[in-house]
Design a protein around this ligand. Structure first.
Ligand code: FAQ
Length: 311
């Protein structure tokens, strides 16, 4: 009966087991997973644009090869995550339509412009750094296909983070102008990177239920704090300042205090009014429409093949 199936589901989740596509699951659980994983997939695909902006202008062959590989990895993560959503009974075409019709979200962070090549280093360091803090716990998410996807994605993200840090160390060992370029990029990306973790716990409608289902393993504020504590010593080692006068070690809490996040800015960006939202979506729509002939050709080929196999 439904009641027994639900009890079985609860036991699996409570005992740190994995829920698999064939298993019964509550409708709300399925919906939450589709929402979160689709948003995550969209973020990876939209997230190719800010860095893709610099592929043709990378300052050396080595930097171009690294950047090309990183952006390709992001495409791979997106496709991997769309596959995970398909185990929940949706189709990636349908999700892409929702994205370009602004009915589904993607991460706020990808609505900011990449103004100099230092932004490429800072995205690797700060944005991939935040992604890792958020995603490592998701390797223990209760939904099997999502958790397994996260293991591989996190390995690649940590490599991405290191390439960003290495790029910044190179710039910091350069000229005064190069160091100033890094500081300027850090000043622009620090606060948006803190917003990646989502609204403060008191304003996060989904956290409680997602934690109970063990989809999420920590609250938004817990992960944000972990990220700040991890990043401060890295900034010191690099020789840059994080643009927050309130940022300081709190001995009682054994953690860093930090200033207030501009939640109005966050809401604006999430609602579609960030600096690059319109451009990001227009590019995504053009790429989707431009690829229509490929999907049509693949479908026609599949039909022809199926017809040929009939004896
Ligand atoms: N941007 O109740 P909560 C990457 C929405 S990393 C936009 O707290 P939840 C790698 C939220 O969806 C970036 N919207 O929600 C990379 C909800 O709206 P809804 C992607 C946000 O789900 C690096 C509402 O606000 N990573 O791509 C944001 O429990 C470099 C209320 O929020 C992931 O997606 C935001 N920042 O917690 C690629 C990680 N924050 O859906 C290229 C997986 C919140 O009800 C280059 N996702 N919202 O309409 C998660 O861990 C969670 O979904 C959170 C949000 C923590 C993002």
């Amino acid at each position: 009966t439904e009641h027994e199936l639900e009890a079985q589901f609860e036991r699996t989740v409570a005992s740190e087991g994995r829920v698999e596509p064939r298993d019964w699951m509550p409708e709300g659980y399925r919906k939450t997973l589709i929402r979160q994983i689709a948003q995550h997939a969209h973020s990876e695909i939209i997230g190719m644009q800010p860095e893709g902006n610099w592929i043709l202008r990378a300052p050396s062959l080595r930097r171009k090869a690294i950047l090309l590989a990183k952006v390709q990895d992001e495409a791979g993560h997106g496709l991997y995550l769309y596959s995970a959503t398909e185990t929940l009974g949706v189709d990636r075409g349908e999700l892409t339509e929702k994205l370009i019709d602004s009915k589904q979200k993607y991460s706020s962070i990808f609505n900011y412009p990449t103004l100099t090549f230092a932004d490429i280093g800072v995205i690797g360091w700060l944005v991939d750094g935040a992604a890792i803090v958020n995603q490592v716990p998701l390797c223990r998410s209760s939904y099997g296909p999502y958790a397994r996807a996260m293991v591989r994605i996190c390995k690649e993200e940590s490599f991405h983070q290191r390439q960003g840090y290495e790029l910044l160390m190179t710039l910091m060992a350069g000229t005064d102008a190069q160091r100033a370029m890094v500081q300027d990029a850090v000043d622009r990306w620090w606060w948006p990177s803190l917003m990646m973790f989502g609204p403060a716990d008191g304003d996060s409608p989904n956290t409680q239920q997602s934690m109970a289902w063990r989809i999420k393993r920590h609250t938004n504020d817990e992960l944000r704090q972990r990220y700040v504590d991890m990043t401060v010593p890295q900034a010191e080692a690099l020789g840059v300042t994080l643009p927050d006068p309130a940022l300081r070690w709190n001995d009682d809490r054994q953690a860093h205090d930090f200033g207030d996040i501009d939640w109005d800015e966050f809401m604006q960006v999430v609602k579609g009014a960030g600096p690059c939202n319109a451009q990001r979506l227009a590019n995504r729509r053009a790429a989707h429409e431009g690829g229509q002939w490929v999907r049509d050709a693949a479908a026609a080929y599949a039909v022809k093949h199926a017809a040929r196999e009939v004896p």
